[in-house]
Write a protein that binds this ligand. Structure first.
Ligand code: KG4
Ligand code: ZN
Length: 328
């Protein structure tokens, strides 16, 4: 059965058709990156307006590429949070209109849960539980134990910046464009590992803090700690410190909780240093989506929506968006 997924939580207008929760039939992402780049970050008002303009053509394109008519769609899944309120409303209202007009079940999906389900798309086997999930995106850095479909326990989170946000801020300090994560990763390639940045110590064992690291890079860039290191070395040292914190805590949590798998997901999971380090240090098999499915897309929302639908978790047509939604 096909689920139409819709995602508009931040700066990608996305729609996808996914069969039986795993097989991608189409996956259309209209990125707004160019629109926001000149402001150095996502401008919420512009994002909402752009979603309004793009959403109908994007949904039509998703159906066309899937070679699917409306009769071939069994349910509509949409991100209801977390994200920008105005942006979320566009996708939610389009999904409600489709569900009402076509008499289809409406499935409300948590964007963070969607990221986890990206790891099951196209050929991957079913997840095994308990699975330790490390969700690292522009807005979140969560360590979550997944005990079954739809059953989560949050073990750790960031106390300040999210990992992707830290990448973006440090990239800006280094004069790189937006979004900063991929640019910083490219700059770090081949840099001499001469610099070591401090790791944060936190009270709760699986929490993160990245703002001290960002301040340290700022001081180094300003020459407040002696000669300014070359930008590639700074990028490599920053990336190494973030990756080390993420991997150390995910591995410790997996061990402590008896997890049988680690699932790595979210935009920062596209980072190859992180993928490699976690694959090397994980005591259990690692599930991670291909890089293109780590960043925001609607295939992951359709996939998650299918599992919610199987659990009869259907939303009423007056369901509200939840900009501050958490997981676990
Ligand atoms: O999941 P996502 O697409 O959107 C949110 O839900 O936030 O994540 C976007 C974040 C951005 O902060 C971006 O800089 C980061 O993921 N990112 C990366 C890489 N690709 C995307 N960070 C580090 N290395 C990458 N290759
Ligand atoms: Zn995301």
């Amino acid at each position: 059965m096909n689920v139409l997924g819709i995602e508009t939580s931040c700066d990608e207008t996305a729609a996808a058709v996914v069969e039986d929760g795993r097989r991608i039939r189409s996956n259309v992402v209209a990125s707004q990156v160019e629109l926001h780049a000149r402001y150095g970050g996502v401008v919420p008002e512009l994002a909402s307006r752009q979603h309004v303009e793009a959403i109908v053509p994007v949904v039509e394109e998703a159906l066309a590429r899937a070679e699917c008519t409306w009769d071939g769609i069994g349910a509509v899944a949409v991100t209801i949070g977390p994200g920008l309120a105005g942006a979320l409303l566009v996708g939610a209202n389009v999904a409600k209109a489709i569900a009402y007009a076509r008499q289809l079940p409406l499935i409300a999906v948590n964007h963070l849960e969607g990221h986890i389900y990206a790891a099951g798309l196209d050929g991957e086997s079913e997840p095994r539980f308990p699975a330790l999930c490390l969700i690292v995106s522009g807005g979140h850095s969560d360590v979550v134990l997944m005990e079954g479909h739809g059953r989560y326990r949050r073990l750790g989170e960031t106390v300040d910046d999210a990992a992707g946000e830290a990448f973006d801020k440090v990239a800006r300090l280094l004069g790189l464009g937006f979004p900063g994560g991929p640019a910083l990763e490219r700059l770090a390639i081949g840099a001499a590992p001469s610099l070591r940045l401090p790791r944060a110590r936190l009270q709760r064992p699986y929490d993160f803090s990245f703002s001290g690291l960002k301040t340290k890079v700022l001081r180094l860039v300003r020459g407040e700690e002696g000669d300014v290191p070359p930008a590639p070395e700074l990028a490599a040292a920053f990336q190494e410190a973030v990756v080390d914190a993420l991997v150390t805590k995910a591995v410790a949590a997996a061990r402590d909780q008896g997890a049988v798998q680690i699932i790595l997901s979210g935009g920062v999971a596209a980072n190859s240093a992180l993928r490699t380090a976690l694959a090397e240090r994980s005591p259990v098999p690692l599930r991670v989506p291909p890089p293109a499915l780590c960043t925001d897309n609607a295939a992951m929302i359709a996939a998650c929506g299918w599992y919610r639908w199987q659990a009869s978790d259907v939303a009423p047509l007056d369901v509200d968006v939840q900009p501050g939604l958490r997981i676990g």
